[in-house]
Each structure stands twice: as C-alpha cells, then as structure tokens.
Write a protein that binds this ligand. Structure first.
Ligand SMILES: [Fe+2]
Length: 209
C-alpha cells in the first residue's frame, strides 16, 4: 500500500514575488493540488483493477498508469518549482557556480542556453545534474510525463506551460523567464546540486569490457 501523498502548504512568501502575481501563484497552486489528488486517486483505483487485462492500445491499467506517472511528475516538479521561488535572484555561488562555469564556460553562456530552452519547451526547461556522468545539463519536456532523463536530478525546473505566466505576461514568455530568475533562491538549487553530487560514484559507471 502506498502512503497517501499529502499536499504541501503554499508558503506566504510566494504571494509576494516580484513580477509573478499572487493570482498566478494561487491558480498555479490549484493545479498542483489537482496533481497530488490524482496521484492518490489513480493509486487507489489501481488496487482494484484486474492486472490480467493489460493492453497497450487501451486498458484500464494503461490509463491509470499513464495518469499516475503524469500526476506524480506534476506533483513533484511543482513542489521543486514553488520551493525555489521567493529568493533574491542574482546568481548562484559556491560549488554550483563553479560547476556551471566549468560546464558552460561562463554563467552567461549557461543563462543563454537556459533561457533559450525555456522559450523552446512546451512544458518545462530543467537544469539537471547527471549523477552518473557528474555533469550539468539542460533539457526540455513537452509534457509532464515524457522526456525526462534517467539517472539525473532536476535541480532547477522552470515551468513554461502557459499557466505559469499567461495571466501576467500574455504570450511574452521571455519576460516571465526574467521574472522567474529574479525570484530564484539559488541557495536551494545549490543544496539540490550538492545532494545530487553525493550520489556520483564510480560504481555507477557501466563497463562493457
Ligand atoms: Fe505548472
């Protein structure tokens, strides 16, 4: 049996962001609550489904499993998203800054790729740490469920679905990305990075020889 997925409360600091309105945040938070509820609902329904009736074209199991994965990613990505907002923006420091500079040549080069990815994804642009290769990279997903890269920790997920910015910026996603970066708490991203780096170990390196 799964433990019930509990909704995390909305921090009051998220209602005081610069350039991302309380209305956007409260509407966005409702979507997050919906994902959490669907995690619980799909898992409960899976308990009762006939597992011998699986089918890749259509089956109850397929519908529930696809829904479960979508809802789980929706819940988790939004928890990361909300957690990292409420900061002063600026730029990262310490080991994360060093890693970004090593990976991209400069912080500005990283920002160019991150912003460009944000304009190009239909769902999320995510700075991740690959804990097998011990490197940073940015990937985009067009939906919440598919396109995520294995053996990697999302350390900075940027929601670029229209619901994240349309109320405040209409179609001007670029201005939203600026506001998003201005409200980032890089210390949280740094903690995620350091936690992921601890997972890096030669034992994860696969040898075919
Ligand atoms: Fe969202």
């Amino acid at each position: 049996m799964y433990e019930k997925y509990e909704v995390r409360p909305l921090s009051s600091k998220l209602l005081k962001l610069r350039g991302i309105s309380p209305r956007t945040i409260t509407e966005h938070y409702k979507l997050y609550e919906g994902y959490v509820n669907k995690v619980n609902e799909t898992r409960e329904k899976l308990q009762a489904v006939d597992m011998t009736k699986g089918n890749a074209t259509y089956s109850e199991i397929r519908a529930l499993k696809r829904g479960e994965g979508f809802a789980l990613n929706g819940a988790k990505l939004h928890e990361l998203y909300f957690e990292q907002l409420g900061g002063k923006g600026g730029s990262p420091s310490g080991t994360l800054m060093k890693a970004i500079q090593t990976q991209y040549g400069s912080y500005d080069a990283f920002l160019r790729e991150f912003r460009g990815s944000g304009l190009s994804g239909r769902g999320w642009a995510i700075l991740a740490h690959d804990w097998v290769r011990n490197e940073l990279f940015v990937y985009i997903t067009d939906d919440q469920q598919d396109g995520h890269v294995i053996q990697s920790t999302p350390i900075l997920p940027m929601d670029v679905y229209e619901h994240a910015y349309y109320i405040d910026y209409g179609t001007n996603r670029s201005e939203y990305i600026t506001a998003f970066l201005e409200n980032l708490d890089w210390s949280i991203v740094n903690i995620r990075y350091q936690t992921s780096v601890k997972r890096t170990s030669p034992r994860f390196r696969i040898s075919f020889s």
